[in-house]
Each structure stands twice: as structure tokens, then as C-alpha cells.
Design a protein around this ligand. Sequence first.
Ligand code: 5GP
Length: 193
Amino acid sequence: MDLLKQRILQEGIVLDGNILKVDSFINHQIDPILADEIGREFYKRFKDMKIDKILTIETSGIAFALFTAYHFKAPLVFAKKYPGKNISDEIYSSRVYSYTKQKEYTISVSCRYISSGDRILLIDDFLANGQAILGLIDIAKQAGASVLGAGIAIEKGFQPGGKILRNQGIRLESLVAIESFNDKKIIFREEEK
Ligand code: 5GP
């Protein structure tokens, strides 16, 4: 997706630890025009499937997931990272290791918002080691729902998440894939053009 590539090249900053900082349009300030384009693109790529629900993780994936959900006219559910009093006692939960924070945390979804038989599309901003998406798949399984695919805005192709998910037979669509950070220069994988 050229639009996203251009923004990454213009504004992305490669930090130590192979982290791409995109605070100016994804992770802190959000560009709604770009988020809408991303939602449309996910819709285009998965519209052959009947999707009942979009599932993502609190927080940064929510914007893309919401625009995707809007195009599917399907509800968006986000797994909570910080369950408070407003989440019911009946929850599905999974442990996720955070690549950026380097610690494990629990994600939870109320049993009211995913049901057995639901056909789910997962959306997230980044794919690195695949832990966040695997946590969401685990939650969908607990609910008896089926995961029809995963849409990722930025796949870091040099980390194993993409391979792990594709090997599990998950239909994975990445809008851009990064081949490497070569001396902090961003190199994209060619076929994602
Ligand atoms: P994974 O679970 O695949 O290892 O990592 C995916 C999650 O970690 C995403 O939800 C995203 O929030 C975060 N993440 C992983 N790599 C990066 C990165 O390079 N930049 C940013 N901003 N977030 C990342």
C-alpha cells in the first residue's frame, strides 16, 4: 500500500531494538484519512468473506479496526489490556508477551461480545513475533468462534510472526512488509508494493 509506505518513509523513525516509531500518524497522533484508507483496503482484501466481528487489541490497532468494521458494517470488539470494573466477570483471557514493552500481560474479552460460531477478522497495526495475534486467536478459540483471517498494517518480515501465522493456515494480509532496518534505513519487501 503506497500511501502507508510513503508515510513510513517520511515520518517513521527506527529505534534501537528494531522498533519502528510511527507516533505522528499511528501510535500517538492518528491520521483519520490514512486510517480510513487502511480500513477500506482491509475490507477490499477480505470482502469475499462473511465477517461477523472485527477483533483487535486495545490500543493502537483500534483505529484501523474501527474503519475496517465500519466498511463491513460489523461490530468491533477490542480485547482489554486493563480490565476494570466495567468488564463482566465472565471473560475469555489469554497471556501475551509484548515485544515493545518486553513483558507479559493479560488480554480479556467479555463472553458477551464473542459467541460460538462468530466469524472473526483480526486487525492490528504491527506484526512482529505474532504474540498479540496468537493471543486473539486463543480467545476466539475459547469462545468457539472461527478466525477467518488477520489484517496487519505493518508486518516486520524479519521477525517470525508472519511465518508462524501462515504456517498455522491463517490467511494473513499485510499492507506493507518491512524486509529489514538496514543501518536504521527502512527497506520494504518487494512483493508488497
Ligand atoms: P507481536 O505480538 O507480533 O510480537 O507484536 C505486535 C504488537 O507489538 C503490536 O500490537 C504493536 O502494538 C507492537 N509492536 C511490535 N513491533 C512494533 C514496532 O516496531 N513499532 C510499534 N510502534 N509497535 C510495535
